[in-house]
Design a protein around this ligand. Sequence first.
Ligand code: UDX
Length: 440
Amino acid sequence: MAMIASKCPDITVTVVDMNAARIAAWQSDKLPIYEPGLAAVVSGALGRNLHFSTDVVGAIKAADIIFVSVNTPTKTYGVGAGRAADLRYIESVARTIAEHASGEKIIVEKSTIPVKTADAIRTILASNGNGLKFQVLSNPEFLAEGTAVADLTNPDRVLIGGERTPEGEKAMQQLVEVYARWVARDRIITTNLWSSELSKLVANAFLAQRISSINSISALCEATGADVDEVANAIGKDSRIGPKFLKSSVGFGGSCFQKDILNLTYLCESFGLPEVASYWNQVVTMNDWQKSRFTARIIKQLFNTVADKKIAVLGFAFKKDTNDTRESAAINVCRELLTEHANVCVYDPKVPAAEITADTLGPGQMNSRLTVAPDAYAACAGAHAIAVVTEWDEFKKLDFARIFAGMPKPAFVFDGRNILDLDALRKIGFCASGIGKPSA
Ligand code: UDX
């Protein structure tokens, strides 16, 4: 919304939320999320045509277009628990709009939702909307965290789905005009509603599948002496495969990939397609295995016991340049190490210490064994092993000779992101291993 406000000074954008603290934070010097370049975009439009407010009803009444951007977490209860999307926030917004809208509106689904959700929104609006006509559009968001501003400034595509009726086409055109202020027309795609809703889930499933595919090969590389980065480079040169999203890692995280694949598999099962569901489910299974494989290797190499040993975990965010920890591989790694009674000391450049707690790791964790360090050197001091879990640039520049001097021997480094020079570490004296890398 900040990007729309920034690119379209003549459009008034009002962001509303019931959470007053969050709305206040968006208007302060410290935004509630860390995202490179975002502060400048927000401050450039704030007070001009970008407003933040808790007056949800007032904003609904005043708007011509309403973007529904509430969260759609994985259901934790009842039918579809652990896989289906929880649509209660979507439904609640639809009811609020129906109750308070005083004129005809375009409702845009921005949240990632299962296919056919637009039907539910339409039905709720039609049953409660005092005879008003609403057009429901789907406009999924493809930005990635850490590169959000660049992705929004120069998107690969903008996708808008709507009803293939004259009214639907007109509504789609209105939204196309908003994006066309800064996005080339040939990158703005219009489709029917269901194609748009489904494309978001499928895009994330394909991206995650590439990571699980290369991660599966990383295990084979370790067994054979091949180097997964060399294999990725060799196959990525094939223009049909392409080089992106082939970086083997400790496993993908983030709020989208796992959630969307589970949602996709649930949808497939609901539509009577168990073979399709199990095909995509394997992407998540492989990712879970990759995360556990990393921890299992640490334990094995530390002579099959990490009990009472200090392990430094470098990075807690699910990727660099974000402070988001949702579904981060670090959570699994820490949880499994704590279960083995290791003393886990975490350092992350951007994740607040208050978020690295036993609560984040889930119930039953021994929080006395989990500590947070103010910098990487403090985390590594006295540690038996270092596990690099997030690919922050600053980890590449650490003085590893200094770190080595402060560790019991043998000193181990496990690079879960393949960002370190293993040969240089081995020269210092470390027992160093990467993902899908030949052993020393
Ligand atoms: C993703 C999609 O990229 C984006 O289009 C969608 O809108 C939201 O979901 P995001 O979760 O922010 O974005 O980050 P992304 O860059 O896709 O990374 C997801 C995870 O995969 C991270 O944990 C990342 O470290 C990991 N990853 C990514 C790899 O392990 N290897 C890769 O080659 C790429």
